[in-house]
Design a protein around this ligand. Structure first.
Ligand SMILES: Cc1cc2nc3c(=O)[nH]c(=O)nc-3n(C[C@H](O)[C@H](O)[C@H](O)COP(=O)(O)O)c2cc1C
Length: 165
């Protein structure tokens, strides 16, 4: 899959907005992710309000780049009625990776900003978005047209492969 070998974290974005159809296409890819028992524990916020984005960019010392993004996707996990609650964090990681890959495929730049499982960050984002207790923020993913170029890193390392034949 080409996007896997093209995706890099992009932290600088053009000011122009991202088309709604592209954001929906990204979330269609996100919701195509596999999940434990097909529990699909996710819901997603699309944040375009500049002041809210500014607040989100203060969710951690490493989230500052979100401030320059025209949109931030916030994958959230349902907190109740999950069939396999302990697996939900794994499901959320997969859906978040789908977001990054589909953004790449659409010519957009994005980066995963870690929120869960750091409790103080989760609480901060939940409060900023007024999420309530049915959902909980998992990550921040700023999305925009790239305003930086970063080379793709080949991290293939044969010594990490162990064959049992
Ligand atoms: C769980 C997770 C949390 C991350 N958190 C941050 C973050 O808080 N801030 C940031 O700038 N990048 C964050 N990143 C992006 C990583 O720094 C990046 O993926 C890594 O350096 C490899 O670079 P690449 O994505 O360009 O291949 C995170 C990535 C993951 C998977």
């Amino acid at each position: 899959m080409n996007e896997i070998f093209q995706r890099v974290s992009i932290r600088k974005y053009e000011e122009r907005p991202v088309e709604q159809e592209k954001l929906i296409r990204i979330l269609k890819a996100a919701m195509a992710a596999p999940s434990a028992g097909n529990q699909q524990p996710w819901e997603f916020y699309i944040v375009r309000d500049k002041e809210t984005i500014r607040k989100l960019s203060e969710a951690s010392p490493y989230a500052g780049c979100a401030a320059g993004a025209p949109a931030v996707i916030v994958p959230c996990v349902r907190t109740k009625d999950l069939r396999f609650p302990s697996m939900a964090v794994v499901d959320m990681a997969i859906t978040t990776e789908h977001i990054l890959l589909e953004a790449t495929s659409l010519g957009l730049g994005a980066v995963w900003l870690g929120i869960a499982p750091e409790e103080d960050r989760v609480k901060y984002v939940n409060d900023v978005l007024g999420i309530g207790d049915r959902l909980s923020a998992f990550a921040l993913v700023p999305v925009g047209y790239p305003a930086e170029e970063r080379p793709w890193q080949d991290r293939f390392d044969e010594s990490r492969i162990h064959c049992v034949d």
